[in-house]
Design a protein around this ligand. Structure first.
Ligand SMILES: [Zn+2]
Length: 271
């Protein structure tokens, strides 16, 4: 596939591709600056894809930039052990991974609504804020960068909630501001009664709905805090031995235009 097709092909997966200086057949950088210190690895401005067709910049390379739907985690060689550990601990699912320059790995995730923390995820691991050289760009040693798991091989993975809590860096809101959200969580939790095979399935559903609910709230709660709030609220319900639907939840349900069935009372009545 030609380089110009790669730009469009990757865009088709929601990845933001941008032109990058590449390497000419004689091994020099397309910027033609004598003594360029980042041969084939720096931004190329004033470029449009049409220029490929016109035969201009035939050796341009490709970089991937963070965009609304996609976050790119760079794992350097030093970060590989830490990455394996994170993967194991948080059950990170299969997602797109590319080889980057200098032996790094580029791991792609669905970008959460919150901006991810600027602090690294661990030694040698950080979310990219700037564009980064991507496959199939040419390296100075003549090899091309390659996908390890390409976008056409699996769906773009998400960052597990348990990890988001750690890597999002939003100031916590006072609990008082969270009461409406908490009522909503209780409402959704009870509304899911009997609809899931596992407690985890029920919680995931509550979390998903709460994230949507939270998007309309102003100011909204960070996704990490939201995860905690859902967990705490559900734990609170479980600790009180699953009491019948609380009056507040019924009131909350009416507030959000929903109805709520008191399954426990039904169950008892059926005995
Ligand atoms: Zn250059």
């Amino acid at each position: 596939m030609s380089m110009s097709k790669w730009f469009k092909h990757l865009q088709g997966f929601g990845v933001k591709t941008i032109p990058w200086h590449g390497i000419k057949p004689d091994g020099s950088c397309t910027c033609s600056i004598r003594g360029c210190v980042n041969v084939g690895d720096h931004p190329l401005s004033g470029f449009s894809l049409g220029m490929f067709d016109e035969g201009k910049w035939p050796y341009a390379s490709i970089a991937i930039d963070a965009c609304e739907g996609v976050a790119v985690l760079e794992v350097t060689k030093d970060g590989r052990d830490g990455w394996s550990e994170l993967k194991e601990r948080h059950g990170i699912k299969k997602t797109w991974v590319a080889k980057g320059s200098n032996g790094s790995w580029l791991v792609f995730f669905k970008r959460p609504t919150d901006l991810l923390s600027v602090r690294p995820w661990g030694n040698g691991m950080s979310i990219r804020r700037d564009p980064i050289l991507a496959p199939p760009s040419l390296l100075p040693d003549g090899k091309r960068l390659q996908w390890i798991v390409a976008p056409w091989e699996c769906k773009l993975g998400s960052i597990p909630g348990s990890l988001l809590v750690i890597v999002t860096n939003q100031a916590r809101q006072p609990m008082g501001d969270q009461s409406a959200t908490q009522e909503y969580i209780k409402f959704v939790y009870w509304a899911q009664e009997g609809k899931h095979d596992s407690a985890k399935g029920r919680m995931d559903c509550v979390l998903k709905k709460t994230i949507n609910f939270n998007k309309d709230n102003c100011p909204s709660i960070s996704e990490g805090d939201l995860y905690n709030l859902v967990e705490e609220t559900i734990q609170g319900i479980l600790d009180s031995n699953l009491p019948p639907v609380p009056q507040q939840a019924i009131e909350a349900a009416s507030l959000f235009g929903g109805e709520i069935a008191d399954h426990l009372t039904y169950r008892e009545a059926g005995k």
